[in-house]
Design a protein around this ligand. Structure first.
Ligand code: 5GP
Length: 201
């Protein structure tokens, strides 16, 4: 599929853990029933409440490596000891069909996707969750964490926050900003739908 046949759009969402990304996305999906979600593959274990085929396709490392071999991924990356990848089938069909698809992604994936999808067909959103100290205090208020777990989280935060300069749009979802963040997220999506419609005229 050639990039010049793309009439749809990809909304790439990057956010540090604990940014409230899930809450914002649920709000957006309730607001826009036609908005699609790209189900990525991962080798990590499902967390409580996650369902295979919904948040991710949870697959083994061997199965993941087979998909790399078969060139089924548009991009993939290793993050926190697990593999994550966007399937071509998830993203390219909506792009050709003039649809909007939301894809959660981290830094290495963004670097790859920027080379593969023209700027006119993608919007990169970063969800600002505040400084490390704010995030860690919020997490510690919910549940205790061992020093090792804390260090892992800190490394993860450093990686995730490094993605911010790649964003076209930063949405401020720091404490107390949920309502304005929801409104900003909806406005971004409305804007993209307008662009898609204009391009199809
Ligand atoms: P988590 O394990 O918390 O669900 O995700 C870890 C990180 O991987 C998050 O930053 C998430 O957005 C990112 N991620 C999820 N799916 C993909 C993907 O298909 N490709 C890449 N590169 N990153 C992904």
């Amino acid at each position: 599929m050639e990039a010049d046949s793309y009439t749809g759009h990809v909304l790439l969402v990057m956010a540090p853990m604990g940014s409230g990304k899930g809450t914002l996305e649920r709000y957006a999906f309730a607001h826009f029933p036609e908005l699609l979600f790209a189900v990525s593959c991962t080798t990590r274990q499902p967390r409580p409440g996650e369902t295979d085929g919904q948040e991710y396709h949870f697959i083994t490392r061997t199965a993941f490596e087979q998909k790399i071999e078969n060139e089924e991924f548009l991009e993939w990356a290793e993050f926190g000891g697990n593999l994550y990848g966007t399937l071509k089938s998830e993203l390219l069909t909506p792009l050709v069909n003039g649809q909007l698809i939301l894809n959660e992604i981290e830094l290495q994936g963004i670097e790859q996707i920027k080379e593969l999808i023209p700027a006119a067909n993608r919007t990169i959103v970063y969800i600002e969750a505040g400084e490390w100290t704010d995030l860690v205090n919020r997490a510690l208020a919910r549940a205790p964490m061992s020093p090792a777990e804390l260090e892992k989280r800190r490394e993860r935060y450093a990686h995730e926050v490094a993605a911010k300069p790649y964003a076209d749009i930063v949405i401020d979802n720091r404490d107390g900003k949920l309502e304005s963040a929801q409104a900003a997220f909806v406005a971004v999506i409305e804007d993209i739908y307008r662009t898609i419609k204009q391009a199809q005229r």
